[in-house]
Design a protein around this ligand. Structure first.
Ligand SMILES: [Zn+2]
Length: 300
């Protein structure tokens, strides 16, 4: 069973909002691309794990800490007296390992993901010990992009390639054991220890004034050019109320400190929709508080 489903990644949501509205520099663009790819791989692995019988406890996307060191876990599976630790990689193309060094398809040196996995396992083992469990941990680096190949000097049992994914599940499914209360307690403990980090410091710097304003086509993320909300690029037609409401949601997440005022939302929508239309949506879904210059809307 999936005990802790993968949450939507707030950093990625915010970057998706920012991307059409500002220019990312090359490292910001690369980070955005890597996050998108990584998330795609993680979602794919969640679908894959649905092939497991119900006798397993699965927790995804955990950020834990032991003795001041934080460690991120993509997928953790609790089994009988054992924990499987999976690090999901959605790498694409031909990678090579030479003398323990990893090179990407462009021949550029990468961080060795096995070292990262070892670090994670070591810290998890210590944390488990502290919590009073003596389980063994089996760690795997799971590559689930069919377009991935690794030129590797020798077989490494900790690596699961796309063609081995089904066999790995079969192997697990051959020895299901009913888990009792103690295992669910451990899952609760992990869940309670998950650290929530604010993604805002990691975002490219931006201000309300500097971001491009307007309503975006939900399909291709191009700005609509007039109030008919028919996309000139892909032909998609958007409903006015839905478009304004989505814009307010973006505004609230991008500017958690700012008040929701009629004028700001009208500006944020790029003046594409009339002030009357903006006011109608705000009045319908939000509550007006304050008077005159201090008037603003809050969520109901
Ligand atoms: Zn479009």
């Amino acid at each position: 069973m999936i005990f802790r489903p993968r949450p939507e990644k707030l950093e990625l949501v915010l970057l998706r909002y920012l991307h059409p509205r500002m220019v990312f520099n090359s490292s910001e663009a690369l980070n955005f691309l890597n996050l998108e790819k990584g998330y795609k791989g993680e979602l794919k692995s969640d679908l894959w794990l649905k092939g497991l019988t119900d006798e397993w406890i699965i927790l995804t996307d955990l950020l834990l800490e032991y003795n001041g060191s934080k460690f991120q876990i993509d997928t953790l599976i609790i089994a009988c007296e054992k924990i499987y630790l999976l690090d999901i990689k959605y790498f694409e193309g031909d990678y090579t390992i030479k003398e323990d060094k990893w090179y990407n398809p462009a021949g550029i040196l990468q961080k060795n993901p096995l070292h990262q996995l070892e670090r994670c396992e070591t810290l998890l083992k210590k944390l488990l010990h502290e919590l009073g469990y003596n389980f063994t941990i089996e760690s795997y680096l799971v590559f689930n992009n069919p377009e991935f190949h690794l030129y590797i000097p020798s077989i490494n049992p900790a690596i699961i390639f796309p063609t081995q994914l089904n066999r790995f599940l079969k192997k697990l499914n051959t020895r299901p054991v009913k888990l009792h209360k103690k295992y669910y307690q451990l899952a609760e403990q992990f869940n309670a220890r998950h650290i929530v980090e604010s993604p805002y410091e990691r975002l490219p710097p931006y201000t309300f004034e500097q971001l491009e304003k307007g309503l975006l086509c939900p399909n291709c993320k191009t700005f609509f050019s007039d109030e008919s909300l028919v996309c000139k690029k892909c032909g998609c037609i958007e409903d006015g109320e839905a478009a304004i409401l989505k814009s307010v949601k973006e505004y609230m997440l991008l500017f958690p400190e700012r008040k929701i005022t009629m004028n700001d939302i009208y500006d944020w929508c790029g003046g594409i929709k009339s002030k009357k239309a903006v006011r109608r949506v705000l009045s319908k879904y939000f509550k007006l508080v304050g008077h005159r210059t201090s008037a603003h809307y809050v969520g109901t």
